[in-house]
Design a protein around this ligand. Structure first.
Ligand SMILES: NC(=O)c1ccc[n+]([C@@H]2O[C@H](COP(=O)([O-])OP(=O)(O)OC[C@H]3O[C@@H](n4cnc5c(N)ncnc54)[C@H](OP(=O)(O)O)[C@@H]3O)[C@@H](O)[C@H]2O)c1
Length: 284
């Protein structure tokens, strides 16, 4: 029996494995990765490595064992039949008889197109009959704080979210929730709506950036259409730009505000304030 983490060489997956290593022996953790070289450091620390790709069903044959607890981290190839990819993992987990399959989904309130593949995966997981956990992750702080270059260049935070607020949290916070579910008891068939303790607006975000940089950084709210154009102008393919701009429309409607307290409750501590994530990003 193992705790198995897919997407283990991704940014969230790395936090999950790191935090698991603080709680369980390395040989009880399996990292599912596409590229063994990327996971060499984990192998050196005694984590078991399994090579598999969501697009290659045979690569999951025999990967899971009965009783495993699995974290399926959603794939990053947006629009590339992620439901089909995730079903590959669900089917293999079902065939093996795993004890739990936790899936990193999107907030239940999110109506943006980005949520469609998550809803499809949730349906497949529930239909499988496996004991499941839906970790409906809100937005990451890092979606914003790791993309500060244009903000600092133009002294402007340009988004299409109006006065909308976001309950974002750090990847490390969401990882802590996943680790609590994988190492704890009593989470079977639960759905958690996960977000940061404090929701913030882009005007507040710009004010915090101004405070920390000593520059005057303003919030520049634009329409969804204009924002899509800005993203395509920066080199994003049109469909992806439209999906991301659609998330801003959801922010304006309040769909990324979370008030359940599930994240800090599972993590056993308050979530990371956005100001801390900004400080880390500015130091880097
Ligand atoms: N809540 C949010 O704000 C937010 C933001 C962005 C993304 N997400 C979702 O949350 C997931 C985790 O976030 P993240 O920041 O860790 O993203 P990330 O750094 O892009 O990691 C994605 C992981 O998925 C793996 N993966 C992608 N396609 C795969 C495939 N066909 N087969 C096997 N593995 C595959 C990648 O493998 P490699 O390491 O080999 O590349 C990587 O480990 C994302 O994939 C996305 O679904 C959420």
């Amino acid at each position: 029996m193992s705790i198995v983490v897919t997407g283990a060489t991704g940014q969230l997956g790395r936090h999950v494995v790191e935090q698991l290593l603080e709680k369980v022996p390395a040989d009880q953790i399996t990292a599912v990765v596409r590229n063994a070289e990327k996971a060499a450091d984990l192998a050196d620390r005694g984590v078991k490595i399994a090579l598999a790709d969501y697009s290659a069903p045979a690569s999951f044959d025999g990967l899971f064992s009965a009783g495993d607890k699995v974290l399926l981290i959603s794939g990053s190839e947006i629009g590339n039949d992620r439901v089909g990819q995730h079903k590959v993992v669900i089917n293999a987990a079902k065939a093996a008889g795993v004890a739990l399959l936790a899936y990193t989904s999107a907030l239940g309130s999110l109506t943006a197109a980005l949520a469609d593949e998550h809803r499809g995966t949730e349906e497949a997981l529930l239909a499988s009959g496996l004991p499941y956990v839906l970790l409906r992750n809100g937005w990451y702080h890092e979606n914003y704080t790791e993309n500060l270059a244009p903000v600092l260049q133009y002294n402007a935070v340009t988004q299409a979210a109006g006065e909308g607020r976001v309950s974002s949290a750090s990847r490390a916070d969401y990882a802590a929730a996943a680790v609590a579910v994988l190492t704890g008891e009593g989470h079977e068939n639960k759905t958690y709506e996960l977000g940061g303790d404090e929701a913030w607006s882009f005007a507040e975000y710009a004010a915090e950036l101004s405070k920390q940089t000593g520059k005057e950084i303003a919030y520049n709210p634009v329409s969804v259409e204009a924002f899509t154009g800005i993203l395509t102008g920066a080199g994003l393919p049109e469909p992806l730009a439209a999906i991301l701009a659609g998330v801003d429309a959801s922010v304006e409607k309040g769909e990324l505000v979370v008030s359940t307290g599930d994240l800090s409750r599972l993590a056993g501590r308050p979530t990371t304030p956005i100001a801390d994530a900004i400080a880390v990003a500015l130091k880097g």
